[in-house]
Design a protein around this ligand. Structure first.
Ligand SMILES: NC(=O)c1ccc[n+]([C@@H]2O[C@H](COP(=O)([O-])OP(=O)(O)OC[C@H]3O[C@@H](n4cnc5c(N)ncnc54)[C@H](O)[C@@H]3O)[C@@H](O)[C@H]2O)c1
Length: 244
C-alpha cells in the first residue's frame, strides 16, 4: 500500500529538479500526478516515463487563466484534487542596484503571485472533497536573509501559508511551507560552478548540499495523511544552515 493511494496531486515546476523528484515519489506511493511547467518538452518526457498515472499540462504559474485551465484539466482527467505542491520558482543573484522593476515584478509573479493563485483555485476544488493538503515550497531564505527579490518572495510564501492555513482549516484543508537549504538541482548548477558549490558546502553544518530526493520525503509527509495534525507550519530541511 502506498502513502498516497487514491490521491490526486498537482506539482508545479515539475519538469526537472525537485518538482520532478516529488512527482516520481508521489507516483511510486500510488498518487495520480499532474505535472505542470513552462518547459513542455521535459515535462512531456517525464510524464511518459511515469506512465498513465502522470499527466503533463503546460502552465505558466503566474497566469490566472493557466491556473483555471490546470485545475479544470485535473478534475476532468482524474476526477478530483487532493494535493497541490506549489514548487515552481526562479532565482537570481543581482544586487539591489542592479535589479530593475521588471526583474522584481517577474520574480514576484513566478514565486509569490503563483502561490496565491494556486492556493485560491486549488482550495475551491478541494472544498468539494472536504479535505486537502497544500505544500508551498519556500526556502531557508523565507526564514533568513539572502538575495534581494528572492528572499522577499520566499518570506511572503511563508506568510501566505499561515494566513491560508487559518482560513482553510475549517474546510479540512491543511497548508504548510517547506524551507530547503542548498539542494543539488539545475537551479543551483546554472547559477554557480561546481567549485563554488563545494566551497559553499563547507559553510553547511552537515558539510554537503542535499539531493532532491531528500526534500521529496518531507513533501510526501506533508502531502499525506501522516501529517494530519500539521497546518500553518514551517518545515526546515537545510542541513543546519538556519540553526547557526
Ligand atoms: N535548489 C535549491 O537549492 C533550492 C533551495 C530552496 C528553495 N528552492 C525552491 O525550490 C523550488 C524548486 O527549485 P529547483 O531547485 O528544483 O529549481 P529548477 O530550476 O531546477 O526547477 C524549477 C522548475 O520551475 C519551472 N518554472 C520556472 N518558471 C516557471 C513558470 N513561470 N511557470 C511554471 N514553471 C516554471 C522551470 O521550467 C523548472 O522546470 C523553487 O521554488 C525554488 O525557489 C530551491
Amino acid at each position: 500500500m502506498g502513502k498516497l493511494d487514491d490521491k490526486v496531486a498537482i506539482i508545479t515546476g515539475a519538469s526537472q529538479g525537485m518538482g520532478a523528484s516529488h512527482a516520481k515519489l508521489f507516483i511510486n506511493e500510488g498518487a495520480k500526478v499532474v505535472i505542470t511547467d513552462i518547459n513542455e518538452e521535459k515535462g512531456q518526457q517525464l510524464a511518459k516515463t511515469l506512465g498513465d498515472n502522470a499527466l503533463f499540462v503546460k502552465q505558466d504559474v503566474s497566469s490566472e487563466a493557466d491556473w483555471q485551465k490546470v485545475i479544470q484539466t485535473t478534475l476532468d482527467h482524474f476526477g478530483k484534487l487532493d494535493i497541490l505542491v506549489n514548487n515552481a520558482g526562479i532565482s537570481f543573484n543581482k544586487s539591489l542596484e542592479e535589479i530593475t522593476v521588471d526583474d522584481y515584478l517577474k520574480i514576484f509573479k513566478i514565486n509569490q503571485l503563483s502561490v496565491f493563485l494556486g492556493t485560491k483555485y486549488a482550495a475551491e476544488a478541494m472544498k468539494k472533497n472536504g479535505s486537502g493538503s497544500i505544500v508551498n515550497i519556500s526556502s531557508m531564505n523565507g526564514l533568513v536573509g539572502g538575495a534581494v527579490g528572492y528572499t522577499d518572495t520566499k518570506f511572503a510564501v511563508r506568510g501566505l501559508t499561515k494566513a491560508a492555513a487559518l482560513q482553510l482549516a475549517h474546510d479540512g484543508i491543511r497548508v504548510n511551507s517547506v524551507h530547503p537549504g542548498v539542494i543539488s538541482t539545475p537551479m543551483i548548477h546554472q547559477g554557480d560552478s561546481e567549485a563554488v558549490i563545494k566551497e559553499f558546502a563547507k559553510a553547511i553544518p552537515l558539510q554537503r548540499v542535499a539531493e532532491p530526493e531528500e526534500v521529496s520525503k518531507m513533501v510526501l509527509f506533508l502531502a499525506s495523511d501522516d501529517s494530519s495534525y500539521s497546518t500553518g507550519s514551517e518545515f526546515v530541511i537545510d542541513g543546519g544552515m538556519t540553526a547557526q
